[in-house]
Each structure stands twice: as C-alpha cells, then as structure tokens.
Design a protein around this ligand. Structure first.
Ligand SMILES: Cc1cc2nc3c(=O)[nH]c(=O)nc-3n(C[C@H](O)[C@H](O)[C@H](O)COP(=O)(O)OP(=O)(O)OC[C@H]3O[C@@H](n4cnc5c(N)ncnc54)[C@H](O)[C@@H]3O)c2cc1C
Length: 381
C-alpha cells in the first residue's frame, strides 16, 4: 500500500528505497537496545543526516536537498511502517516540525546558521510549547522572556518535550509581554549550552520508549534579541500557521503504523488455528479485517490529497485537523482490533502488535488532542 500511489513519482520511490535501506542498517540492529535505554544513540542523528533523511524539504541554499514535504512524508511512512515509532517521532519533530518554523519564520541569519546543521544532524532541534500547567490551551503559557538591553532573560519550565535530552537548540514558546492571550506570545531560539538551561527527567512513558521525551527548565537563561523569531508578539500567529503541517504529518505517521498493524495481523490470522481452522477463516475475522482495510484505503486517499494540497501551499487548517483527527482515531481502532485477533499473545511484549498498540495511544494526544481537533473542525460548521 505504501508504494505506487499517485501522490509520489519515481524519484520519491527511489528515495523510499533508500529510506528502507537506512532503516535496515541504522535502526533495526539497535532498536531493542534503544527501547531499553529510553533514548537513541546520538550517532543515529549523524547517520540520518548523512543518508539525507533529515529535513529533506530544506532548499539547497540552506544546505538541504531541495526536496518537498513529500520526501518528509516518505521518511515518516517508512519508519512508522517498520514499527519504530520512537526513532520516527525523533526525526519527525526535528524535520517536519522544527525545521518548518525556522524556514518560514526565522530570520535570514537564523536560517543560514541553523538549517545546514539540522540537515546534517550536527544540531538536534526541539520545540517547547507544553508546560506542566498548560498544554491544549497554549495561550496560557507562563514561561517568560523579559527584554533586558540586547538580551532576553528566559525563566520557566516545559514538559513532554520530544528530543529533550539530545537537543542542542530549542524553539521556546514564551510570554514577552503582559498583554494577555495570544498577543503576548513570542518564539525564541535557545541554545542548550547557555547557562541556566537545565534538562529534567527523561520521562517514563507507555509507548515510544526509545524517544527522549523530557522536562526542561530555564533559570534566567540569557539569549541575544537576535534569537527572536519574527516580531515580538507574533509567536501565536506563527504557531497557527505551522501547526497544520505538524497535524498532517501526525496523520501520515498514523497511516504508516496502522498499515503495519494490519499487515502483520493478516499474516498472524492465517497461521493461527482455532476449532480446527485458521482464525482468518472465521467470518468475524474476515469482515472485521475488511472494515479495517476499507478504513486504511480511505485514510490513505485523504492524507495523499492533503499532502498534495500542502506542497501546493493550499492545505487549510480544517483539512489538517480533519486528517489528524480521523487518521489517529482510525489508528487506535486498527491496533485495538488487531491486538484482539492476536488473543493473549497480543498482550505479550514479545509480540510486535503489543508495542504497536502502546505506541499508537499518543497519536490522539500530541500535536493537539482529538478534542481540540473536534473543537477546531466544529468552528467551520
Ligand atoms: C510523547 C509525547 C511527546 C510530546 N512532545 C511534545 C513536544 O515535543 N513539544 C511540546 O510542546 N509538547 C509535546 N507534547 C505535549 C502534547 O502536545 C500535550 O500533551 C497535548 O497538547 C495535550 O496537552 P496536556 O497534556 O496539557 O493536556 P490538557 O490540555 O490538560 O488536556 C487534558 C484533557 O482535557 C481535554 N481538553 C482540553 N481542552 C479542552 C477543550 N477546550 N474542550 C474539550 N476538551 C478539552 C483534552 O483533550 C484532554 O483530553 C508531547 C506529549 C507526549 C505525550
């Protein structure tokens, strides 16, 4: 299902083959260890950069390959389909989320400094929106960046930050004025070697075990005012512009992972017997799998359409929210039913479906919960 879709051309398919080669060589041999240690090796980033998998959409003038967001989608589909959700999210936050902010909202100097290093993997980037006290309601962030001459002094705490241990650069969502709500919010680049920056715990999670999701603390961290992205007070507007890309890619992540769960389950039910016949032969199995297959086909058609619109610059916030809501909810239904077909083995960690089930749960939470997607969609009614 992943190959030969109209949204991709021959060049994308060659890139897909290269991504598959990378997964085999650079993820598969290490993945079990990464899941144990709760973090990928730093060398994974350099390998991803060398193979051209990081930020493939970045133009050549900023050190990129000059691809399109379709290349980003291929990377996510393939690592997701291979069942490696942690390493997939690590790259996706860096390439599909953070790089977009710098490319679209960064100054020329910020682009020239950071994008080539993000493409090579020398710099790992994170984005810090969520705080212990606020997630869905982004206007409620309390982290403050107070202007003092040519510097901002940043104080606050963030949590659930992907790439939290490896990151060298953080896009911080902070309040730069007392103006309440959206207008007081700015985006500021923060290098993690600055005094006052501290990484907190690597958090223990249900899934994505190899992903270094962490807390972080800013204790009067001083950064030059040139680290501000865009104008002061425009941070919230930038978030609203960039979130659709993040939501689309989360929908695409869910498609790859759900397809994987479906495919391995089709194999399982053919091999497992009960009452003298393969599980696959029960009408219940066939009909339920037929429903899941229909869901998957519809999901691919919609995300492909959204991807096409996105590279043309025509993806609406409504399309993106709909893709995220529908694909991640569908992903949840697929892994649940697929685990059920595995019976007790599905509950065992040594069976892949068990991990796919756990990894799927966060898709409905990060990047905006399903409830927030419904809220956004309902505003168009
Ligand atoms: C593995 C992982 C990785 C993450 N990575 C990052 C990252 O890199 N950077 C980052 O900034 N954040 C990250 N997050 C945070 C994530 O984006 C937030 O958890 C998410 O936005 C929800 O915020 P919250 O956890 O504060 O939940 P809350 O906002 O407290 O929501 C709790 C519940 O209330 C519901 N709710 C809230 N508001 C409404 C409403 N208006 N109407 C109806 N229901 C509502 C929500 O849907 C949810 O069910 C990550 C989270 C996880 C788990």
């Amino acid at each position: 299902m992943l190959k030969q879709r109209a949204v991709y051309n021959e060049e994308h398919e060659m890139f897909r083959d290269a991504v598959r080669g990378f997964i085999k060589a650079e993820i598969a041999p290490h993945f079990a260890r990464w899941e144990e240690t709760g973090i990928v090796d730093r060398s994974y980033w350099a390998a991803g950069g060398a193979a051209g998998l990081l930020c493939p959409q970045i133009p050549e003038e900023y050190g990129g390959a000059g691809g399109s967001f379709k290349h980003n989608a291929v990377v996510v589909e393939e690592i997701g389909y291979a069942g490696y959700a942690g390493p997939m999210t690590d790259f996706s936050v860096h390439s599909d989320v953070c790089a977009g902010y710098i490319l679209h909202a960064g100054s020329e100097a910020q682009k020239r400094k950071w994008l080539p290093r993000m493409v090579s993997g020398e710099t790992v980037c994170a984005i810090a929106m969520t705080e212990p006290g606020t997630g869905s309601d982004l206007q409620g962030v309390k982290t403050r960046a107070v202007r003092d001459g040519d510097e901002y002094c940043i104080t606050g705490a963030k949590t659930f930050i992907s790439n939290g241990q490896h990151c060298d650069l953080v896009i911080v969502v902070a309040r730069t004025s007392d103006v309440p709500g959206a207008k007081g919010i700015s985006l500021i680049l923060l290098e993690t070697d600055r005094p006052g920056f501290r990484r907190g715990r690597k958090l223990h999670k249900l899934g994505h075990l190899s992903s270094d999701t962490s807390e972080m603390f800013f204790d009067e961290v001083r950064v030059p005012v040139t680290n501000l992205m865009g104008a002061e007070g425009t941070g919230f507007a930038t978030l609203m512009t960039e979130l659709p890309q993040e939501r689309l890619i989360i929908g695409i992540q869910s498609m790859g992972a759900a397809q994987r769960a479906f495919d391995i389950t089709c194999d399982y039910v053919r091999g497992r017997k009960a009452f003298g016949q393969p599980i696959a032969d029960f009408q219940n199995t066939r009909y339920k799998l037929a429903d899941l297959k229909a869901d998957l086909l519809v999901g691919w058609a919609f995300v492909d359409q959204c991807l096409e619109r996105h590279v043309r610059g025509e993806l609406s916030a409504l399309d993106a929210s709909t893709a995220k809501l529908w694909c991640t909810e569908m992903h949840g239904r697929v892994v649940d039913q697929c685990l059920q077909f595995h019976g007790g083995y599905g509950f065992m960690r040594e069976y892949e479906i068990c991990r796919l089930y756990a990894d799927a749960r966060v898709q409905r939470i990060y990047g905006g919960t399903s409830e927030i997607m419904r809220e956004l969609i309902s505003r168009s009614l």
